[in-house]
Ligand binder design. Structure first.
Ligand code: HEM
Length: 232
């Protein structure tokens, strides 16, 4: 995203680090790396199943699991989406963790959304009338495109597949996909605002996340321009 003038090596590294996945590293804590992804995915799948079983697989219980997984997906998505920007603006313990784990948080988001899809399929199979009532007014194509992006972004979140795709194509895919998914969340929550004004809250979070990225991008650009002017 930083694209002005000849950048210093440090700037180029920062630019690269802000977008491309970094080499995988092994860590002992469950809060890092693939263990974090696995723990998040297992917890979300177990809780969604518990919600469905506690409600005897009624339409309401399955719908609650669908909403629950949409929310866990949103939280994980925003944490990955803001990781580099937050670290650039407020370097610190939490944002370092966030940036270091953005790839694993992104894959955890994909896992959470796979559970969203599984809960939707459960509703369609066990409660077809409720499924048609709830999903009748939904345009399917935008949701399917979103899932297409999620699959493509997850498949290229590994060192080997990212290298195979190449840096430019990787950046284009992950940038376009993340903006599309951001919009899908805003629309998903936005259409529920007329029923419950509380849905303004996730929309405010999404707007703040986008503002954070724009400010961080602008700061990075200004810094590169200044460095270029000093070097001229
Ligand atoms: C074709 C694919 C999809 C279908 C059929 C679908 C279906 C549903 C259904 C039926 C609900 C409402 C459950 C209820 O309260 O009755 C729901 C909620 C939601 N979905 Fe999906 N969904 C799809 C894809 C997506 C995608 C790609 C996103 C975002 C990236 C998303 C985000 C949401 C959000 C934000 C909610 C609202 C959660 C809440 O009420 O708190 N969905 N979805």
């Amino acid at each position: 995203m930083v694209n002005a003038g000849p950048a210093s090596q440090a700037d180029r590294m920062l630019d690269h680090a802000s977008i491309a996945p970094r080499p995988e590293r092994r860590t002992a804590s469950w809060r890092d790396g693939w263990t974090l992804t696995l723990v998040a995915a297992a917890a979300i799948a177990s809780l969604a199943l518990a919600i469905i079983l506690a409600g005897a697989a009624s339409a309401e219980a399955i719908a609650a699991a669908i909403r629950f997984t949409a929310r866990t997906s949103f939280a994980l998505f925003l944490t990955a989406f803001t990781a580099s920007a937050a670290h650039r603006l407020w370097p610190g313990h939490f944002t370092r963790w966030q940036r270091r784990n953005r790839r694993y948080l992104g894959v955890a988001f994909a896992a959470s959304h796979a559970v969203h899809a599984a809960a939707i399929a459960t509703l369609a199979v066990l409660q077809p009338a409720a499924f048609h009532a709830r999903a009748a007014d939904m345009a399917r194509a935008p949701g399917l495109i979103a899932y297409g992006f999620i699959v493509a972004m997850t498949a290229t979140s590994f060192d080997r597949t990212a290298a195979w795709l190449g840096r430019r194509a990787w950046k284009a895919l992950h940038f376009t996909g993340s903006i599309y998914l951001w919009a899908a969340f805003v629309l998903g929550f936005g259409k529920r605002v007329p029923q419950a004004p509380g849905y303004w809250l996730p929309i405010a979070f999404a707007a703040a996340a986008m503002a954070l990225r724009v400010v961080a991008w602008y700061r990075g650009r200004t810094r590169v321009s200044r460095a270029a002017a000093r070097g001229a």
